[in-house]
Design a binder for this molecule. Structure first.
Ligand SMILES: Nc1ncnc2c1ncn2[C@@H]1O[C@H](COP(=O)(O)OP(=O)(O)OP(=O)(O)O)[C@@H](O)[C@H]1O
Ligand SMILES: [Mg+2]
Length: 237
């Protein structure tokens, strides 16, 4: 395999006295799409937040493009090529769609500016139509599209996507899956957390399952599909 873009080794993360992530080792290769699965409360969001530098691991190491970045803050992680699409969406309600995008704009590593507003509007024509609307006038699906668009405006090498389709109508979900595929096709590596196993099996190259903060499975779609007992044990479906 090519050298990983993102590599985490033996991460241990705590919230106060609670030991959440337990010796988690996780890597993402260039252009790879990896899904992160697990039941509620198993540590998926905590892993994304730890990778993004929003939570400091108590031990373990994180490297981006082979460079050690353990303990770096989120803004430094963003400069190093990582972007988070958070669960709570986090757009600015009092800025327009266009202003939300402009505000998030920055060059990627090596000054790369592949993603500009027009490209985001091409990906999400709905956002182009709504460009003068305030953040708080958007539907749930439009907010989610804007959150993804904002992440792309930082020209990341990897985006971490937390439950992007949650609470959305089936047709809007389909839109989100389709755009994640296009983003992957543009060479951006993706780590995606979601509850829809069927969609993840067709989107992702590899799947990692977390149970009680530890990794219990790391394998391909074929491996996961051929082991319904494993799927039932760790995901309850
Ligand atoms: N800020 C916090 N302070 C203390 N405990 C927390 C905090 N955030 C999460 N936890 C706990 O950490 C554990 C892992 O939570 P996390 O949100 O990472 O799980 P998750 O896999 O993303 O779950 P879900 O599928 O519900 O989103 C849970 O037991 C949760 O209660
Ligand atoms: Mg979560």
């Amino acid at each position: 395999m090519n050298a990983p873009v993102l590599a985490a080794t033996n991460l241990n993360t705590f919230y106060g006295p609670s030991h959440i992530l337990r010796d988690v080792s996780f890597h993402v290769g260039p252009r790879e799409t990896v899904s992160l699965l697990g039941r509620n409360g198993m540590g998926k969001t905590t892993l994304l937040r730890t990778l993004m530098g929003l939570v400091k691991p108590r031990s373990g190491a994180i490297s981006l493009h082979g460079e050690e970045v353990t303990g770096a803050r989120a803004n430094a992680m963003a400069r190093a090529g990582l972007a988070l699409v958070p669960e709570n969406r986090g757009i600015f309600p009092n800025l327009t769609v266009e202003e939300n995008l402009i505000f998030a704009e920055r060059a990627g590593r090596g000054g790369r500016r592949d993603w500009q507003r027009n490209k985001v509007y091409e990906l999400f024509p709905r956002l182009a139509e709504r460009r003068k609307n305030w953040g708080n006038q958007l539907s749930g699906g439009e907010q989610q599209m804007l959150t993804i668009g904002r992440a792309l405006m930082s020209n990341p090498d990897i985006i971490l996507v937390d439950e992007a389709t949650e609470g959305l109508a089936p047709k809007v979900r389909e839109d989100i899956w389709r755009t994640l595929r296009i983003i992957a096709g543009n060479g951006v590596a993706i780590v995606v957390v979601d509850k829809n196993l069927k969609d993840l099996l067709s989107l992702s190259d590899r799947h990692v399952i977390l149970a009680k903060g530890a990794i219990v499975f790391n394998g391909t779609s074929e491996e996961l599909r051929s082991d319904p007992e494993l799927v039932h044990r760790w995901l309850g479906v």
